[in-house]
Design a protein around this ligand. Structure first.
Ligand code: MN3
Length: 215
C-alpha cells in the first residue's frame, strides 16, 4: 500500500478513522453532504470498528483464550473490514472538491497513454468496469507488481476478486451507500461525476511511490 492517508488510519495499536480531507458539503453535487457524512462517519467508522474487533478475536485465539474454531470467521471479518478501512481511506483522498487535472507531463499520464491508448480510452474502460461490478464493490486502477503495468480491476465487497500485492492508485466505491441518496439507481451518473472530481496529483503520487516500491 502506498498512500500517506494510511498513516492516519492506525494509531497506538488500533485502526482509527482518518478525518475527511474536506468538509461534508465539499463534493456537492457529486455527493450530497448527507451521503458524505453517513458514508464517512457511519459506514467507514463501522469498518474501522469491525477491523479492530476481528483483530482482537485473532489475538484471543493466538493467546489460547478462544477456540481455533473461531479462526475462519475472524479471518473473513478481518479481511472484509480492514479491506473496507483501506479502500475508504484511499477513496476520500483520491477525490477533491473541484478535481485536480492529470498533468500531461506526469509519469502516470504517459503510462495511461501507453497502456490504454489515451485518457479518454482509460476513462471509458474504468467506467465500464465500475458499472459491471456485481452488487457491492469497487473499481480500481492499480499496478500489477510483476509486470508493473497499469491494470483496471473490479473488487467484490472489499476483499474478493482481488489480485495479491496489487497497488491501488485510484479507487471508486460503487456500493449503493456511496451514491444512492444523491443519484438513486443511476450508478453511471455517479461514476461520470466521480471522474470529474478525481485528485490526479494524489493518484500520480501513488503511482510514483508504487514504482519505487514505497509503502
Ligand atoms: Mn463505502
Amino acid at each position: 500500500m502506498n498512500s500517506s492517508c494510511l498513516r492516519n488510519a492506525y494509531a497506538e495499536g488500533h485502526y482509527v478513522l482518518p478525518p475527511l480531507p474536506y468538509g461534508d458539503a465539499s463534493l456537492e453535487p457529486l455527493i450530497c453532504a448527507e451521503t458524505l457524512y453517513l458514508h464517512h462517519d457511519k459506514h467507514h467508522a463501522a469498518y474501522v470498528a469491525g477491523a479492530n474487533a476481528a483483530l482482537e478475536t485473532l489475538q484471543l485465539i493466538n493467546a489460547g483464550e478462544l477456540s481455533t474454531a473461531h479462526a475462519s470467521a475472524a479471518c473473513q471479518n478481518f479481511a472484509f473490514n480492514l479491506g473496507g478501512h483501506i479502500l475508504h481511506s484511499l477513496y476520500w483522498e483520491n477525490l477533491a472538491p473541484k478535481g485536480v487535472h492529470l498533468r500531461t507531463d506526469s509519469l502516470l499520464s504517459e503510462a495511461i497513454d501507453a497502456e490504454f491508448g489515451s485518457y479518454v480510452a482509460f476513462e471509458k474502460l474504468y467506467t465500464a468496469v465500475a458499472l459491471a461490478v456485481q452488487g457491492s464493490g469497487w473499481a480500481v486502477l492499480g499496478v500489477d507488481p510483476i509486470s508493473r503495468r497499469l491494470i483496471i480491476s473490479g473488487i467484490c465487497k472489499h476483499h474478493e476478486v482481488l489480485v495479491p500485492s496489487f497497488s491501488p492508485l485510484l479507487v471508486c466505491d460503487v456500493w449503493e451507500h456511496a451514491y444512492y441518496l444523491t443519484w438513486s439507481n443511476d450508478r453511471k451518473g455517479y461514476i461520470n461525476a466521480f471522474m470529474q472530481h478525481i485528485n490526479w496529483t494524489v493518484v500520480n503520487e501513488r503511482y510514483e511511490k508504487a514504482l519505487r516500491n514505497e509503502f
